[in-house]
Design a protein around this ligand. Structure first.
Ligand code: SF4
Ligand code: SF4
Ligand code: FES
Length: 546
C-alpha cells in the first residue's frame, strides 16, 4: 500500500495505481477521456490534470501533471481542486465542446455520457467559441457500429482498442490538427467479433451501436448482473431490460474471466429471448398439430408415458444450457422419479478452435455449463453425438433443450421419430419441438436465477431480469411437478432450495453458497472464498464503467 495525501487528507491506496485509479478508490472523480486502465495512456485529452508534489519535494511541480500517466508513490501529495486545476480542466472542456453539436436530446449516450457529466461538474457555463462549428459526416464503420463524427472528442480509445485488444487496427485517426477524425480504411469495416466493445469504450456518444440506437433512453433501463450463455468462458454481463424486454447486454468487469470486454456473439445474439416464436404455454400433439393444453395434461401424459414404457426405457436428456440447479433437479428426476440410467447431455455444436485475439479469447465450446453438467451428471455422461446412442436404446424420452437454433441431423430426426413418446422442454419452437408429443415452455437465462460453471470450473451467478413468459415454469418447478406425477416428492420451493440440495448432495459443490460465489464467482476446489479485492480496475469500473 502507498500512503498519499489527496486534497489534504491522508489515504492508503493500492500500490502501482495511476492517480485516476487511486482517486477512484477513495471516491474522488478525476475527469478523463483518453485514459482507460487497460490501454496505453497517450495523455492527449488534458482533462485529468492535477497538482502534484513528488515524495520529498518542497512543493508542487511547476506544471500540472496528468493523473492518467502518473502512478502513486509513498509520500506523494495530490490536489484535485486548486484554482489552477479547476481552470485547466474547464478550459480543456471548453475546447472539446467548441465543435460539439447540441444533440443530447437524440443521442443514445445522453444520461451516461462523460461529456455531459464532466461538463456539468467541472465545466464553464459559457463558451467563448463563436465561429462556425465543424460538421463532419456520420459514418457507418461496420455492421454494428456507427460514428457520429461531430460528437467525437478524438480521445483515440477506440483506435487503441483495435490495436491492442482486437489486434486488427481497423480504426485510426485520419487528417491532421483540427481536422482529425476517426475512420476505417477504405473498404475495411470494423467487423470483428469484438466490435461492440468500442461503443462501450467511447466516453461520449460518438460511437453508437446500431442494435441499441434509439431503442430506449438509458435511464429507463433496469439492470441485473448475469453471465453470458454463448460460450463456456462465461463472461460477466449486465442485462438491461425494460417492460419485460431485454434491451441491451453490456460487459461487467471480472479480471479473472473477461476483463472489461465481451464478444459480439454474447452481446447481440440475444434476440431469441424476445422472439415471437417463444413458447408461452404447454402444447400437446393432436395429429399433425401441436395445440395448447393445460399443465395437468402435461404431467398426466408424462406419467402415463413413463409407466407405459417402463422407467428404465425412458431417456432423460439434460441440457448444457441449464443452470447447475436445473441440472441437479433433472438428475434427481431421472434417477429417483423416472428410475432410468439412460441419461445424456444435449449441447450446442461448437467451433473447431477458440477464436483468439491479442487481448481476448472466445471459447470454442458454445455451451455455458458443460463443466457444471459433467460434475453433476458424472464425467461419463453421454454427450454430443453419444446421446443419440442413448436415445436409440429408449422407447420414450424427455429432452431438456433451451438451446437456440439447435439443429438435428437426418439420423437424429429418425431416432426421435422412432420413439413411442417424446416430451421436449424448450424456449421456442425448434427442430426438437416439431417432433414432440408434449412441448413444455422453458426459460431463458434472463428469466431465471441460478449458477453456471464455466470452463475454469468457476461457479458464477445469474439473476432473473424478467418473469418467465406466459404460463412457463422455471425448470426446477416443472421437474418438481413432473416428479410428483410419478409419486416422488422433491422438497423444492425456490432456486435457493435447489442450490442447497445440490450443495448438500454433490461433493464438487460442497460449501458453495451464494456468498462464496459473490460477484466474481468461485473456482471449485479453490478452498476459501476469494477475497474482495479493491484494486484499481474495480474501483475504476465502479466509478466510470457503466
Ligand atoms: S469515437 Fe469515441 S472512443 Fe473513438 S476517439 Fe472519438 S470519442 Fe474517443
Ligand atoms: S466470449 Fe463467450 S461468454 Fe464471453 S461474451 Fe462471447 S460468447 Fe459470451
Ligand atoms: S485522461 Fe489524462 S490526458 Fe486524457
Amino acid at each position: 500500500m502507498a500512503k498519499i495525501t489527496m486534497d489534504g487528507i491522508e489515504y492508503e491506496v493500492s500500490d502501482g495505481l495511476t492517480v485516476v485509479q487511486a482517486s477512484a478508490e477513495v471516491g474522488i472523480t478525476v475527469p478523463h477521456y483518453c485514459y482507460h486502465p487497460t490501454l496505453p495512456a497517450p495523455a492527449n485529452c488534458r482533462m485529468c490534470l492535477v497538482e502534484l508534489t513528488l515524495p520529498g519535494a518542497p512543493g508542487p511541480l511547476r506544471q500540472l501533471a496528468t493523473g492518467c500517466s502518473t502512478r502513486v508513490a509513498d509520500g506523494m501529495v495530490v490536489n484535485h481542486e486548486t484554482p489552477t486545476v479547476q481552470a485547466a480542466r474547464a478550459s480543456s472542456l471548453e475546447s472539446l465542446l467548441a465543435h460539439h453539436p447540441l444533440d443530447c436530446p437524440t443521442c443514445d449516450q445522453a444520461g451516461e455520457c462523460e461529456l455531459q457529466n464532466f461538463a456539468h461538474k467541472f465545466g464553464h457555463d459559457v463558451g467563448n467559441y463563436a465561429e462556425t462549428k465543424k460538421t463532419p459526416p456520420r459514418k457507418h464503420l461496420g455492421p454494428n457500429v456507427d460514428l457520429f463524427t461531430t460528437r467525437c472528442v478524438v480521445c483515440t480509445r477506440c483506435a487503441r482498442f483495435t490495436e491492442e485488444v482486437s489486434g486488427d487496427a481497423v480504426l485510426s485517426l485520419v487528417n491532421r490538427g483540427g481536422k482529425n477524425e476517426i475512420d476505417v480504411y477504405p473498404g475495411i469495416p470494423i467487423d470483428n467479433k469484438l466490435s461492440g466493445s468500442v461503443v462501450d469504450l467511447c466516453p461520449v456518444g460518438a460511437l453508437s451501436s446500431t442494435d441499441f440506437m434509439y431503442r430506449s433512453r438509458p435511464w429507463f433501463l433496469e439492470e441485473v448482473d448475469s453471465v453470458c450463455t454463448r460460450c463456456s468462458k462465461g463472461c460477466n454481463i449486465t442485462v438491461e431490460h425494460r417492460d419485460g424486454e431485454t434491451v441491451r447486454i453490456k460487459p461487467r468487469l471480472n479480471e479473472d474471466v473477461n476483463g472489461f470486454w465481451m464478444c459480439d456473439d454474447g452481446r447481440y445474439d440475444c434476440d431469441y429471448v424476445s422472439s415471437p416464436d417463444r413458447l408461452r404455454m404447454p402444447l400437446a400433439r393432436e395429429g399433425d398439430d401441436l395445440v395448447a393444453c393445460g399443465w395437468s395434461d402435461v404431467f398426466d401424459r408424462i406419467a402415463g408415458a413413463v409407466q407405459a414404457a417402463g422407467g428404465e426405457n425412458v431417456a432423460v436428456i439434460a441440457s448444457a444450457w441449464s443452470t447447475n440447479e436445473e441440472l441437479h433437479a433433472v438428475r434427481r428426476f431421472a434417477t429417483e422419479a423416472v428410475h432410468t440410467s439412460l441419461i445424456g447431455l444435449l449441447s450446442a455444436a461448437g467451433d473447431d478452435e477458440d477464436t483468439v485475439y491479442p487481448g481476448f479469447t472466445i471459447e470454442k465450446d458454445k455451451n455455458p455449463n458443460r463443466a457444471g453438467a459433467r460434475l453433476i451428471l458424472g464425467e461419463e455422461v453421454a454427450q454430443d453425438s453419444a446421446i443419440w446412442e442413448v436415445l436409440r436404446r429408449a422407447n420414450a424420452a424427455i429432452i431438456f433443450s433451451g438451446i437456440p437454433d439447435a439443429e438435428l441431423s437426418d439420423d437424429a430426426v429418425a431416432t426421435l421419430a422412432a420413439l413411442g413418446f417424446l416430451a421436449v422442454v424448450d424456449v421456442g419452437t425448434s427442430a426438437l419441438t416439431a417432433l414432440a408429443d408434449i412441448v413444455i415452455p422453458g426459460t431463458t437465462y434472463t428469466e431465471k436465477d441460478g449458477c453456471f460453471t464455466n470452463s475454469q470450473q468457476r461457479v458464477q451467478k445469474l439473476n432473473a431480469a424478467h418473469r418467465p413468459l406466459g404460463t412457463a415454469m422455471r425448470e426446477w418447478e416443472f421437474v418438481r411437478y413432473a416428479a410428483e406425477a410419478l409419486e416422488t416428492e422433491f422438497d423444492y420451493t425456490d432456486e435457493a432450495s435447489v442450490t442447497a440440495d445440490l450443495v448438500a448432495s454433490t461433493p464438487a459443490f460442497a460449501g458453495v453458497t451464494l456468498e462464496v460465489v459473490g460477484e466474481r464467482g468461485h473456482v471449485l476446489g479453490s478452498g476459501e472464498a476469494e477475497p474482495e479485492t479493491n484494486d484499481g480496475n474495480y474501483a475504476y469500473a465502479r466509478m466510470f464503467w457503466k
